[in-house]
Design a protein around this ligand. Structure first.
Ligand code: GLA
Ligand code: ZN
Length: 671
């Protein structure tokens, strides 16, 4: 495989097909000035390169590739299969999707193909193959980019048939299927495979549910999610195979979307050579959110990733598309690099003049020159990245803490009916992540089947679904001395969303040393409080679990309501390790418990005494690269531990008292 990249890829989505050739020349000149060395091309050109069923026309693409090769670009070559050409939908209506409401779509939009249409599959993989045959040997083609932001669902008849096949493979017998979905409930027994229908609004969909695609049978909904994720992954694999016939070497990716719910990204990552993703925070997105998503993208393969897209400044599809403030894009880029990014790519290089993205930020604005604030910031960053050279790509992030993120749990927790519609998956994970983020304690985002033994501490909030093997793996981890933190709504169901009978938290009951008898849901207007052993009080809400100690030590009790004095958070010794079980959502109170857990596990921040700065470390060949970013409003001092070491962007030695203003970044190299 051609990786890691020899330099930091710096560029982004480039659509010269939207412009005349005189503009291309100007582009090359301006991009060079910004030290742009990479372009992602051919993302939405299917209609251009295949104008009809039997004709392909690569003339213009040949020219674009020749021009970029001449300029020594690293080309990220997309397959164009994310938007169907009009002729195809007209001739083969089945390639379009049927939505949740049962409406079959016409030509229009993008990300719009039925993943189970054999016609679509045939045309898509044929195109991928043709591209690989033509360009796979070009040494400038550095990466393949399949389709674009896979996602969405289809509820057409072809998908329904494919779903039945998928279920048959999974369950083998109808008996098993009926058991898994608990179909005795509401007399939903299935007697023939073709009685199975997709969980859409015409089928088992619950109208007005909090979650748009929730159904009366969570087991069915979750299986549909798995099936849909597998179906699109199958599209990915088919196109990948078509490419591999001609090009065995070049890494293959597709651009992911952080905590996007629709696809099981851990499963996808196993098929991808390198992960890439699109980072579009809103004007008010906390930096800890983008940090988590970067860590998650690194976690998918436990390896560096590509930042496929971010905007140099403005968005167009958010509610309020504010400008990135001076320095903000640079700081965001270094945050990505710090957390495992090996590339910085923009959407897009030149702002389009028509259609729905004409107000989307770009390296070259509508004015068409390099004389803009945004361009100057892009150039500054480009110059710096060029200076960093090949030091960063391929270097690794280490962590003593693993936080579990799992798509089955994501789906299950949100498709289950009750106990609270405010119980959303990512928000719970984010809250626990925040504790470590605030203290610069490095974490890895890990799947349920990770090797827990690599960590001192494993944090598994709302581990609602315990799949096969997870109980045993967690018990092994704790018994060997690990510290596990888990929470309310954990250990409740099996992989089909059927409850583990015999008392919550089911398989985790021994590990946690508690029995949860009832789960109270509090509205946003309501709260309770917890009282810690030392008398401190903190408010709590969302869910309050009513638990009984079964060997655990109580850390905090409820302060109010009929369950006043019952345990709200506990700690339980198990083998050589400890489990913390937190039965309610606290805001300030949580830090107190996590502090104790982190102390038990002896996990340490990347550097001591670094309040208010974001500090992340990447390592390579005996070298540590400390990324220090100030996302706060106040200027902050560079941590004293780094004094005397070389700052890579300025190539100056860090002196005592060196400061970072808002959005300042330093990368300090320690041998
Ligand atoms: C996504 C897509 C791009 C573009 C950007 C705009 O990430 O992949 O094609 O539409 O959004 O933000
Ligand atoms: Zn379909």
């Amino acid at each position: 495989m051609k990786r890691p990249f020899k330099r930091i890829l710096y560029g982004g989505d480039y659509n010269p097909n939207q412009w005349g050739k005189e503009v291309w020349k100007e582009d090359m000149r301006i991009f060079k000035d910004a030290r742009i060395n990479s372009a992602t091309i051919n993302v939405f050109s299917w209609a251009k390169i295949q104008p009809s069923e039997d004709t392909y026309n690569f003339t213009e693409l040949d020219e674009v590739i020749a021009m970029l090769s001449q300029e020594n670009y690293d080309i990220v070559l997309a397959t164009s299969t994310a938007a169907l050409p009009a002729w195809m939908v007209k001739r083969y209506p089945e390639v379009a999707r049927t939505d949740y409401e049962g409406r079959h779509h016409k030509f229009g939009q993008r990300h719009n193909a039925c993943p189970n249409s054999l016609v679509f599959q045939k045309f898509a993989s044929r195109l991928a193959g043709k591209l690989a045959e033509r360009y796979g040997n070009n040494p400038h083609v550095t990466c393949w980019h399949l389709s674009n932001e896979y996602g969405g669902e289809c509820y057409c008849e072809n998908c329904e048939k494919a779903f039945r096949v998928w279920l048959r493979e999974k369950y083998q017998t109808l008996d098993e299927l009926n058991k898994a979905w608990n179909t005795e409930f509401w007399g939903h027994t299935i007697y023939d495979w073709d009685e199975v229908v997709l969980p859409d609004a015409l089928g088992d969909g619950i109208e007005d549910a909090a979650e748009p695609h929730m159904t009366a049978f969570a087991g069915l909904s979750i299986d549909y999610c798995r099936f849909n994720s597998d179906g699109m992954l199958n599209n990915f694999k088919m196109d990948k195979e078509a490419i591999r016939k001609f090009d065995k070497e070049t890494p293959i990716t597709t651009n992911m979307m952080g905590t996007f719910k629709g696809l099981d990204y851990f499963k996808w990552a196993r098929e991808m050579d390198i992960v890439s993703w699109d980072n579009y925070p809103r004007y008010d997105t906390p930096w800890s959110y983008t940090a988590l998503r970067n860590d998650l993208m690194r976690g998918l393969k436990d390896a560096p990733f590509m930042l496929m897209e971010q905007t140099p400044s403005q968005q167009n599809w958010q509610k309020y598309n504010s400008l990135k403030r001076p320095g903000q894009m640079r700081a965001q880029s270094y945050q990505t690099l710090a957390r495992g990014g090996d590339t910085i790519q923009f959407f897009q290089l030149r702002r389009s003049k028509g259609a729905c993205e004409k107000f989307h930020g770009a390296v070259i604005a509508h004015v068409g020159t390099e004389d803009t604030r945004v361009f100057r910031e892009v150039r500054q960053l480009g110059t710096e990245l060029e200076k960093l050279g090949d030091a960063i790509p391929g270097s690794v992030n280490e962590a003593e803490v693993g936080i579990v993120f799992d798509w089955d749990n994501y789906w299950a927790l949100e498709y289950t009916s009750g106990p609270s519609e405010d119980l959303t998956y990512v928000d719970q994970i984010q809250q626990y992540y925040q504790y470590f983020y605030d203290r610069n304690i490095a974490v890895h985002m890990i799947p349920c089947d990770a090797d827990f033994g690599r960590y001192k501490m494993v944090v598994a909030p709302v581990l609602y679904m315990i799949k096969e093997g997870v109980k045993e793996a967690l018990e092994e981890f704790v018994s060997q001395g690990g510290v596990l933190v888990t929470t309310y709504m954990s250990g409740i169901v099996d992989q089909s969303d059927n409850v583990y009978l015999g008392g919550y938290p089911g398989p985790l009951r021994t590990l946690a040393g508690v029995w949860v008898e009832e789960i109270d849901a509090l509205s946003p207007m309501q709260s309770n409080e917890v009282i810690f052993g030392d008398g401190t009080k903190a408010s709590c809400g969302l869910l309050c679990e009513l638990m009984h100690l079964e060997g655990a030590e109580c850390l905090a009790r409820y302060g109010q309501d009929f369950y006043k004095d019952m345990p709200a958070a506990v700690k339980n010794r198990y083998g050589k390790g400890i489990t913390y079980y937190i039965g309610t959502r606290m805001e300030e109170g949580l830090a107190k418990i996590l502090e104790s857990a982190a102390a038990d596990a002896a996990v340490k921040p990347v550097l001591e005494g670094t309040d208010g700065l974001e500090i992340v470390c990447r390592k390579a060949d005996g070298c540590s690269f400390y990324f220090i970013i100030n996302f706060g409003d106040e200027a902050k001092q560079v941590p004293s531990a780094l004094v005397g070491h070389m700052e890579m962007l300025t190539e100056e030695t860090v002196k005592p008292g060196d400061m970072l203003a808002k959005y300042d970044v330093k990368i300090v190299r320690v041998e």
